[in-house]
Write a protein that binds this ligand. Sequence first.
Ligand code: AMP
Ligand code: TRP
Length: 324
Amino acid sequence: MKHRVFSGARPTGRQHLGNYLGALQNWVNMQDDYDCVYCIVDIHALTTLEDTSSLQKDIYEMTLDWLAAGLDPKKSILFVQSHVPEVMVLHTLLSMVTPLGWLLRVPTFKEKAKIQPQNVNYGLVGYPVLQTADIVIYKAEFVPVGEDQLPHLELAREIARRFNNLFGDTFPEPQAKLTLFPSILGLDGKEKMSKQLKNDIEIALSPEDTIKRVMTAVTDPARQYRSDPGHPEICNIYRLQGYFNPSQVDALADQCRSAKIGCVDCKMLLAQKINSNLEPFRERRAAFAAKPQYIKDVLADGAQRAQAIASETLSEVKQKMGLI
Ligand code: AMP
Ligand code: TRP
């Protein structure tokens, strides 16, 4: 039997290069060798969203990106978290074996509490418990994610271990799986690429808009004049060249260090490489966008298949906890 993989992403709408290189690439590549379950975590999104009016549209846009990137509903289960409510029951049950101190220490909780001091809700504290429930309800062993998720995965292992110790061996301890690009910087060159920080490049942009976005990127701040030598090792554009332009990346580093190439030319080259690399993705996306009913069907079928697994695990957990 194949090992199981689970991963999820918040329905932030169109995916950016960080999502694509940090997570989606692995999701697509793991489909042949693993039994994969990929989830649009709409309940998690509610921990930070006060205005939910675009939620359905964001779910739809994200599904288009996933399918166009190569997630195949014949191979993998693709579904929306709230369509399988069993996970919320498991979340409540796991919350009983999770010390509050563990949750208050999680770096993402502290960050979010700083970003939204007016909305430090109960769900935000329990975010990693719901994430653990997501993973363990499918008994997943591997979780392909970006680097920012490692503290959540550490906690998921601790919660699974504690449950197993208290109630008998039930859940595998899930391991993170990183890509070669586990943390993509945003256009500001400082923070990780993120929709919330508005420093992202969406993969579904038009070629013209991709060029415009890439041109706004901050590169090496020490390089003020075209004749100044650059430092590719600290430049986010250089890192992206590593993925989109691997055959030229070493030469570009030399040319940057010796000021033979300027940042404008380097960015233009990158934007063109991104556009040619993503052209097939963008064509597939347009084809899926013409079939909205198909998208709905994929998610409905995914929820059914996910629920069959989730309800079985939930019964086992209830039995072990003495509830039935
Ligand atoms: P999110 O959109 O934050 O729900 O993230 C979905 C997936 O993309 C998660 O596995 C994240 O770790 C990954 N991810 C998000 N932003 C980045 C980034 N800037 N670099 C690498 N991976 C990322
Ligand atoms: N916390 C993840 C993020 O922000 C999303 C997520 C929810 C997730 N449940 C998950 C990721 C389970 C992996 C496994 O991107």
